[in-house]
Ligand binder design. Structure first.
Ligand code: MG
Length: 252
């Protein structure tokens, strides 16, 4: 099932894709799927970011080859940082290059959308709490990340968290190919089977730090091959079996 949010004449609404239509929902999708009875054509609406998280918990250096390319020692425990919800944009929206940075880079990542309130969940039960998965581009001002020594500014600019186009439920997250393309050229090609800290471990670990709410997102880290984005670029994050998130890049 592919769950979306879309902009209809009566505002932002959740829905489920059914071929070329979207069956709209009467309420949030997390507890149960309740259809409102209304439908809209997929071609007639703008897709919005598929969820509204209270927080995006992202993971640094979770693929060994990416740590190597940045010259960073692999952290023994998951390295957590937060991206602000204000950074989120949807499929087809523009990534705006801030004037503060000269080195804005793409990072293709698997996003995990949490389905229920979680605190101290054991690893063995963690995947049961997942609502679904989405594509994320953890856009990063690499120069500012190095200058600041922590990630808030580098990862937190408006538009630095493209997400979508939808949340796919019923997906096995343990072996998914994660790729990025810039102007059609392949840049990253990883697989979640190579995550140093896999999804179940991340959920359990994070839930021992902070309560996770339905709709919260965990961005699981990026494979090797990161690089710079320029004005006019088209950047794609593609996860096999999930979808393809496309955004254009614009100067501020
Ligand atoms: Mg990242």
């Amino acid at each position: 099932m592919d769950v979306v949010r879309c902009q209809t004449s009566s505002g932002a609404q959740y829905g489920v894709i059914d071929d070329d239509t979207i069956r709209l929902l009467a309420k949030f999708p997390y507890d149960e799927i309740v259809y409102s009875g209304e439908e809209v054509a997929l071609a007639d609406v703008r897709l919005l970011p598929p969820c509204i998280p209270s927080k995006i918990v992202a993971i640094g250096f979770n693929y060994a080859p990416h740590s190597k390319e940045l010259g960073v020692e692999i952290p023994k425990l998951p390295l957590l940082f937060l991206k602000p919800p204000s950074a989120i944009i949807g499929h087809g929206e523009a990534i705006i290059l801030p004037t503060m940075s000269n080195q804005v880079e793409y990072e293709a990542e698997l996003g995990v959308v949490i389905g229920r309130i979680l605190k101290d969940v054991p690893e063995a039960e963690a995947l049961d709490s997942v609502f679904g998965y989405t594509c994320i581009n953890d856009v990063t001002a690499r120069d500012l990340q190095k200058i600041d020594g922590q990630f808030t500014r580098a990862k937190g600019f408006d538009t630095f968290c493209p997400m979508g186009p939808w949340i796919r439920t019923d997906l096995d997250c343990t072996s998914l190919r994660v790729q990025s393309f810039v102007n059609g050229q392949p840049r990253q090609d990883g697989n979640t089977a190579d995550l140093i800290h896999p999804v179940a471990e991340l959920i359990s670990y994070i839930s021992q730090v902070m309560t996770l709410n339905p709709g919260d997102v965990i961005s699981t880290g990026t494979p090797a091959g990161v690089g710079v984005l320029r004005n006019g670029d088209q950047v794609v994050v593609e996860i096999t079996g999930l979808g393809r998130l496309e955004n254009l890049v614009q100067d501020a």
